[in-house]
Ligand binder design. Sequence first.
Ligand code: SAH
Length: 212
Amino acid sequence: MRVRKRKGAEEHLKNNPHYVILNPEVVKGHWHEVFGNDNPIHIEVGSGKGAFITGMALQNPDINYIGIDIQVSVLSYALDKVLDSQAPNVRLLLVDGSDLTNYFADREIDLMYLNFSDPWPKKRHEKRRLTYKTFLDTYRQILPEQGEIHFKTDNRGLFEYSLASFSQYGMILKQVWLDLHASDFEGNVMTEYEEKFSQKGQVIYRVEAQFQ
Ligand code: SAH
């Protein structure tokens, strides 16, 4: 997601330590204390401007959500949405998806979402794709046995690549949607990119992949 640098974005994040966890290394293994309950914790890696994570938090008050992004300005827009929503069950994290084991203990996360991840179409950038095997190693560690990744995209190339990557990793593809919006899938919460691309007539792909 390309956004212009937002003035004051860093201060905005720092001024809201309740929602933006600024010292995630310290919180590793203690996320349930952050939320003040034992509800399951779901994360979105590459949460962008936060429509999905905020919408999910409002729709599912008994689940805790963490939106993760590496861009300060982008995360600051997500913070606006979180503040507007007043959802008590959502937090934000400014970290890289490749480092998640520094911030989450083994099996601390119950489910993870990837939505409209950067496609990195060039073969030489394969290792940057969030569904590349080294990322899957990281995700597997913080998820439970048979933990799941739920992935949506409009990008056919990245979708094909990811199905193969999940499958080569030994994951089960529990369910695949080749046109999510034409399906009977219930409770879909749209992301910013999903709104934008589906308005342009792009189909939305979705997969639920499970570690074995
Ligand atoms: N999920 C949102 C945004 C998709 S754009 C939506 O669907 O609208 C992809 C996002 O992933 C960008 O905001 C980018 O900053 C973030 N991102 C890319 N690589 C990342 C990484 N390694 N770790 C965390 N976030 C990443």
